[in-house]
Design a binder for this molecule. Structure first.
Ligand SMILES: Cc1cc2nc3c(=O)[nH]c(=O)nc-3n(C[C@H](O)[C@H](O)[C@H](O)COP(=O)(O)OP(=O)(O)OC[C@H]3O[C@@H](n4cnc5c(N)ncnc54)[C@H](O)[C@@H]3O)c2cc1C
Length: 427
């Protein structure tokens, strides 16, 4: 039998459910604060999703936390983010970070594997126990404030405190499918229904067929019953049955939650045209003059990819082969095209699946969570990461939240009496 020294014996035992981004961060913080930490991970290895993130480059954070990029029901989110410095955290692990012109941070190596390696090395250094292929199925509060943890593999484990870092329901192939939400609800927590976010927005497949593979820069508005409910600008990609791209991803959380009739409206004219007093009509008329002898399908060539240009003209005036001058010398036809280019509508025909989503909107509600990310209905139970009802836009905001909330929950779980946060990142 293994013998422990007196100090070892008195260590607070913390079990962390989930070895993803927030679980690894929580484990490091709790171990640094003196706890005996064990990670329980249902997959064969930890950090699978980190490896997929940022297309294998891992956009691990953003230089500004900018709280307007976050959504959900967690009032404590801004305070937690303010007290965490992602770059400093990784520098402490020996991982150098660089930011692109838009503030998105990546490992210097541009490889997600280096992020996971840095975390794993620290886990090893701090002697954190990692038990993989362990799927937690139930949590049972004990009379003395401790927890019994049951696993699918028939283990029954005892912990002084538990941190739930089991992620959301997005990308279920990474082990995240919301499996613990019913357990957490039964324990008295309010759950905001999970919805896919940061995902493509499905639209009319028959109409998209001609556009598949094309990309345009556009000002995109999401309309609910004809009224703009959110807007973004950026590159839109057309897939065989959906609109995609970062700006569409950022709008997807709003389309998934609504029962209203939803549509996307694309303004595909250049920004300078859009902001001109006449909305760019004079420029369009100039093009008609220059290309009057050409087939009208080529009118917008150079402004939009050829295939997109043809689809727009066809949808506006019903032909791409007639001579430009014959069609667009008529003001009515110029107006039809002008209006379409400013407000190219795509009906939202459904919700993307969790398998296509990068994050989950919804989860354990802020109503059930204290300032320290502990449960306000159960003792010695903490939460971090995407299992909470907090999600961010594209750009590193979600991993920022995972590291920050993990560190916060880990530190407080290890020393529940200590409420004092770390030195603030910004005054
Ligand atoms: C393809 C893709 C790309 C992304 N790219 C970026 C990016 O570049 N930048 C960014 O900021 N965000 C990105 N994200 C989002 C980001 O990865 C997540 O928000 C973040 O990983 C959430 O961390 P988490 O610890 O809460 O959950 P996860 O990292 O999902 O980890 C949860 C872990 O819990 C385990 N688990 C679940 N249930 C149990 C159970 N019952 N018992 C034991 N273990 C369990 C899972 O197997 C998993 O390993 C991306 C997401 C995807 C899917």
């Amino acid at each position: 039998m293994q013998r422990y020294g007196r100090a070892e014996k008195m260590k607070r035992s913390i079990y962390i459910i989930g070895g993803g981004a927030s679980g690894l961060s929580a484990a490091i913080a709790a171990a640094r604060a003196g706890a005996a930490v064990t990670i329980l991970e249902r997959q064969a290895r930890v950090g699978k999703k980190i490896l997929l993130s940022g297309n294998g480059r891992c956009n691990l954070g953003h230089t500004g936390h900018e709280f307007s990029h976050y959504h959900g029901t967690l009032p404590q989110l801004s305070r937690i983010l303010q007290h965490f410095d992602t770059e400093a955290f990784f520098l402490q692990l020996g991982l150098y970070v660089r930011a692109d012109s838009e503030g998105r941070m990546y490992p210097f190596s541009n490889m997600a594997a280096s992020v996971l390696d840095a975390l794993r090395m620290e886990v090893q250094k701090l002697k954190i126990t990692v038990r993989t292929d362990m799927m937690v199925t139930d949590l049972l509060p004990q009379k003395n404030g401790s927890w019994k943890i049951l696993t699918q593999e028939n283990h029954s484990l005892t912990a002084d405190a538990v941190i739930v870092a089991a992620g959301g329901s997005a990308a279920p192939s990474c082990g995240t499918d919301g499996n613990l939400l019913p357990v957490l609800e039964r324990l008295g927590h309010r759950i905001v229904k999970p919805r896919p976010a940061l995902c493509p927005i499905p639209s009319d497949a028959a109409r998209l067929r001609a556009l598949k593979g094309m990309r345009v820069r556009a000002a995109v508005s999401l309309l609910a019953d004809g009224t703009v409910c959110a807007a973004e600008t950026g590159e839109v990609q057309f897939t065989e049955n959906a609109l995609s791209g970062i700006c569409v991803f950022n709008l997807s959380r709003f389309s998934a939650s609504s029962k209203k009739e939803m549509a996307l409206s694309l303004d595909v004219l250049p920004e300078a045209w859009r902001s001109a007093e006449d909305g760019g009509m004079a420029e369009l008329e100039r093009l008609v003059q220059i290309r009057g002898e050409m087939p009208c399908g080529e009118l917008l060539s150079g402004l939009l990819p050829k295939r997109v240009s043809e689809v727009c003209v066809k949808e506006a005036v019903g032909t791409v082969s007639a001579k430009t001058a014959d069609i667009f010398s008529h003001k009515k036809n110029r107006m039809l095209l002008f209006n379409l280019l400013h407000d190219w509508r795509f009906p939202v025909t459904g919700t993307a699946k969790f398998a296509q989503a990068q994050v989950t909107a919804g989860g354990v509600s802020g109503q059930s969570i204290t300032q320290t990310l502990s449960s306000n209905v159960q003792q010695n139970l903490y939460f971090c990461g995407e299992v909470l009802d907090a999600d961010g836009d594209c750009g590193g905001y979600n991993l920022d939240w995972a590291w920050a909330s993990g560190a916060w929950a880990g530190r407080h779980a290890a020393s529940p009496a200590v409420q004092k946060p770390e030195r603030p990142r910004r005054s």
